[in-house]
Write a protein that binds this ligand. Structure first.
Ligand SMILES: Nc1ncnc2c1ncn2[C@@H]1O[C@H](COP(=O)(O)OP(=O)(O)OP(=O)(O)O)[C@@H](O)[C@H]1O
Length: 307
């Protein structure tokens, strides 16, 4: 298909042989269109990293085919140069500085202006003059992000790109992805962080046990997501009033150790009605947990299973 950036057909990957063989991918079909940001989600061991390594031709498939930017990745060095890749286990070491490493990698990719490297480093608060060997895990991850983005590749393939980054830097990363999208680049990224997926992706694929379980628009994921909520009030509030709020389940109201009362519940979908109902009383505290992705997969599977 002309407008596909990634096309995966019947992809099978088995590691090992004989009785020790383990099937990581069991016939995966997947299309990512040019210009879209596609989130790749799934529980640990589902096969995300295996898929990504196959896209980059770092490992070879047992069966099936992969096309990236209209090409088989196997023979085309020119195609590789149009891809920005951040490995999940991005490891760099040694006595050189980040600037030296990034300049070297930039040359391999046809030349990246020093100002471009400096601008990305500044946005991520990365000190380019420090030796790589002395950097913390989070700072090494920043080097990984800079090298993936710096040559403005047509396709970015990112494996858990924000692991080890604090929320402030996660937000900076989200901005980089949004800019890449506005620039017409394609992004394929695996993630465990729902908020960054929601902020960047149009579609998400959910993989489980080596098969693509479902592809959904990110809004569908949002509707499905459940968050635990705790609201504390200056006074006791009537549970019955909250039980009728759309999307709110498992409502309990009890005394709060700091005085007043605490309402606990699980919310799916929009918080609008809950907020308006709570606003009738004096609110002293509000907690909303980030939805747990593993739980979300589970509700997705259950729903898909029923339909
Ligand atoms: N080199 C390998 N040799 C043998 N088995 C492997 C190898 N790499 C991965 N596997 C197995 O293949 C399956 C898929 O692993 P993969 O790393 O692709 O999953 P993942 O979705 O990326 O998981 P995570 O979220 O934990 O990174 C797992 O059962 C894993 O144990």
């Amino acid at each position: 298909m002309a407008d596909a950036a990634v096309e995966v057909t019947g992809l099978v990957k088995r590691y090992g042989r004989g009785s020790a063989a383990r099937t990581a991918l069991a016939g995966l079909d997947l299309t990512v269109y040019r210009g879209e940001v596609f989130g790749y989600l799934g529980p640990n061991g589902a096969g995300k990293t295996t898929t990504i390594r196959l896209l980059l031709d770092l490992i070879r498939p047992t069966a099936g085919s992969v096309r990236v930017l209209g090409d088989s990745p196997r023979h085309a060095a020119s195609t590789r140069a149009r891809i920005g890749y951040l490995a999940g286990d991005f490891v760099v070491s040694g006595g050189q500085t980040s600037r030296e490493l990034l300049t070297y990698l930039g040359r391999l990719r046809g030349g990246v202006p020093a100002a471009r490297i400096a601008a990305l480093a500044e946005r991520l608060d990365l000190d380019l003059s420090r030796r790589i060997g002395t950097l913390s895990k989070g700072n090494r991850q920043k080097v990984g992000i800079v090298q993936a983005f710096m040559h403005t590749p047509d396709l970015l393939v990112l494996d858990e790109p924000t692991s080890g980054l604090d929320p402030f830097l996660q937000q900076r990363f989200v901005e980089l992805v949004q800019e890449a999208r506005d620039n017409g680049q394609t992004v394929f990224m695996s993630s465990h962080v729902l908020s960054e997926v929601q902020a960047t992706c149009e579609r998400v694929g959910i993989i489980r046990e080596g098969r693509l379980e479902t592809v959904a628009k990110v809004e569908e994921l949002r509707e499905q997501a459940q968050r635990r909520i705790e609201i504390t009030f200056a006074d006791v509030v009537p549970a019955a009033e909250f039980e009728s709020v759309a999307g709110l389940h498992g409502v309990t109201v009890g005394p709060h150790p700091g005085g007043g009362s605490a309402l606990r519940a699980v919310l799916s979908g929009s918080p609008d009605e809950l907020v308006k109902t709570a606003a009738r009383y004096r609110v002293t505290g509000l907690l909303a947990e980030e939805p747990d992705l593993e739980e979300l997969f589970f509700t997705f599977y259950e729903r898909e299973g029923r339909s």
